[in-house]
Design a binder for this molecule. Structure first.
Ligand SMILES: Nc1ncnc2c1ncn2[C@@H]1O[C@H](COP(=O)(O)OP(=O)(O)O)[C@@H](O)[C@H]1O
Ligand SMILES: [Mg+2]
Length: 385
């Protein structure tokens, strides 16, 4: 495989969601063509890709076509079948590696990997069998039971107060492998997006301070309101994760900061991340630019911050007025100075569904927060904290 791949060539993408859509836009802006493989017919990425192979991820003909056309393929979500990545890897460059994706697909593997890399994680127990509850450390309760696989945006999780609730929740989840995590008193949540090239050069984006509501990211504030020592610890830990995986591409590490200052890694996303969407408007190169650059074997871009930014997620809830559907007040959003609106082109608004985001940039973080509060008011959502 020879790199770099010159603009004009095809890049391949598995997955059709909003992360893929923003990847397409960045890659196209660099002059590449993007071929998306995704089964959906209402596909945010498929709608903007140069070509959309509408097929199952394991469809042999579609995979062969993707491999024929693209010298390099990436993914936009972590639950792509390992067999699809393995097939493609025989014919073209696939990044991230299947092994990196496999770690992030499974919370048990992920926690084991992080601990081995010397990075603290939340106290937890692995639950595979009903008998695992018999020797559960009582200090893990109250806790959060999380399915090892296929959870996202707070799905596949249950908050449990005691052992009886934990057992019941595990049965409700179908008795699948889980981790039971101690429920922590979080002072802050942070995330670090890393871009790492095939030659091992790596860079990080400015750290985001994140607020989740109902298990779903609601707000990212950048720069995070933390001191430089904590910022360095988070950056170093995220880079250590990327190095330990020999990661190629863009990844995100989510962190918890506890009241006593301890920094724990929560989870790894082997792809650009919702908390990095602010980079489109607030950084020289965005996380999606970096994903395209790494994929094509081009040099990494400048991840420097152009302006403080506050990102608000727009969930389907803002389309609902009780049971009635209505159009959100876009003119009021777009009238806010420094507000950049990104909608993902999803047909149906559903509660909890990520429909878009707004990034507010300003000369200062306080001003960006004030602008985001105006956007939140226009959308009828809670203001950023
Ligand atoms: N052990 C915990 N203690 C306190 N809050 C937690 C814990 N685990 C998760 N949360 C909260 O729930 C959010 C989503 O959990 P996470 O494990 O990141 O799942 P997802 O894959 O859905 O993003 C976190 O960002 C955090 O706000
Ligand atoms: Mg998360």
């Amino acid at each position: 495989m020879t790199f770099p791949i010159a603009p004009g060539a095809w890049l391949g993408l598995l997955g059709g969601g909003q992360l893929g859509r923003m990847f397409c836009m960045a890659a196209q802006s660099l002059g590449f063509k993007v071929c998306v493989l995704d089964p959906g017919d209402d596909s945010p990425a498929g709608a903007v890709a140069d070509d959309h192979l509408r097929a199952d991820y394991l469809d042999q003909a579609a995979l062969a076509e993707l491999a024929r056309r693209c010298r390099a393929v990436t993914t936009e979500f972590e639950n792509v079948p390992a067999a699809a990545l393995a097939f493609l890897a025989q014919h073209c460059s696939v990044s991230p590696h299947a092994a990196s994706v496999a770690i992030a697909q499974d919370r048990i593997e992920e926690k084991r990997f992080l601990a081995t890399a010397g990075i603290g994680v939340a106290p937890h127990a692995v639950i595979r069998l009903v008998t695992d509850f018999d020797r559960l450390d009582g200090r893990l309760l109250p806790g959060i039971l999380k399915s090892a696989r296929l959870g996202y945006d707070g799905k596949g999780q249950a908050r449990v107060a005691d052992l009886a609730e934990a057992r019941a929740a595990w049965q409700t989840m179908g008795a699948v492998p889980c981790v039971l995590e101690q429920r922590l008193d979080l002072a802050l949540e942070l995330s670090v997006v890393v871009a790492r090239a095939r030659d091992g050069t790596a860079t990080t984006f400015p750290i985001a301070e994140n607020v989740h509501r109902g298990g779903i990211l609601a707000v990212s504030v950048v720069p995070a309101r933390i001191d430089e020592a904590l910022a360095r610890r988070a950056r170093d830990a995220a880079l250590a994760v990327a190095v330990a995986m020999d990661y190629v591409g863009v990844l995100c590490v989510e962190f918890f900061v506890l009241a006593d200052g301890r920094l724990l890694a929560n989870e790894i996303a082997p792809r650009p991340h919702n908390s990095g969407h602010y980079t489109i408007d607030a950084c020289v190169s965005s996380q999606f630019d970096e994903q395209a650059r790494v994929l094509a074997g081009q040099p990494l871009g400048d991840t420097g911050l152009l302006a403080p930014a506050v990102m608000l997620n727009i969930l389907g809830d803002v389309w609902f007025d009780g049971e009635r559907l209505r159009e959100p007040d876009w003119p009021a959003v777009l009238a806010v100075p420094g507000a950049k609106l990104h909608l993902y082109g999803k047909r149906d608004a559903r509660r909890g569904r990520k429909m878009g985001h707004v990034t507010c940039i300003a000369a200062s973080r306080d001003e960006a927060l004030a602008r985001a509060a105006r956007v939140a008011g226009a959308l009828g959502i809670a203001p950023p904290a």
